[in-house]
Design a protein around this ligand. Structure first.
Ligand code: ZN
Length: 99
C-alpha cells in the first residue's frame, strides 16, 4: 500500500481502535499506517482503483474477485439444478392421477 501522505510504498494495515475506526468501518474503510512517516489514513477495503494500491495489490484484488465470482457461479448452478429437480417432483406429485 502506498502512503497517502509521503507516497512511499510502506503502508500496512493498522489495528482498528476507537469510535472513528468503527465509524469508518461502516463505510468499508480500513486504517493503514505508514512505516516511513508514521501517518495514519483510511482507504476502501477493496478499492482496486484507488491510486494508493501497488500493481501487485491490484493483481491480488482482481484475482480474489475472479475467484469469488467463479464460486458464486458454481453456487447458482447447484441451486438451479436443485430447483429444477424440486419442480419436477412437485409436477409429478400434482399431476399424478388419483387412485
Ligand atoms: Zn508515509
Amino acid at each position: 500500500m502506498i502512503c497517502a501522505k509521503c507516497g512511499e510504498p510502506k503502508a500496512h494495515r493498522s489495528h482498528s481502535r476507537g469510535v472513528l475506526d468503527w465509524f469508518y468501518k461502516r463505510f468499508q474503510m480500513i486504517p493503514y499506517r505508514c512505516r516511513a512517516c508514521k501517518a495514519r489514513f483510511y482507504t476502501y477495503r477493496s478499492g482496486a482503483t484507488s491510486g494508493l494500491r501497488t500493481s501487485e495489490e491490484r493483481k491480488i484484488i482482481e484475482l480474489r474477485r475472479r475467484l469469488k465470482w467463479k464460486n458464486s457461479k458454481k453456487v447458482v448452478a447447484v441451486y438451479s439444478v436443485a430447483a429444477v429437480i424440486a419442480a419436477a417432483i412437485l409436477f409429478y406429485v400434482v399431476t399424478r392421477p388419483p387412485e
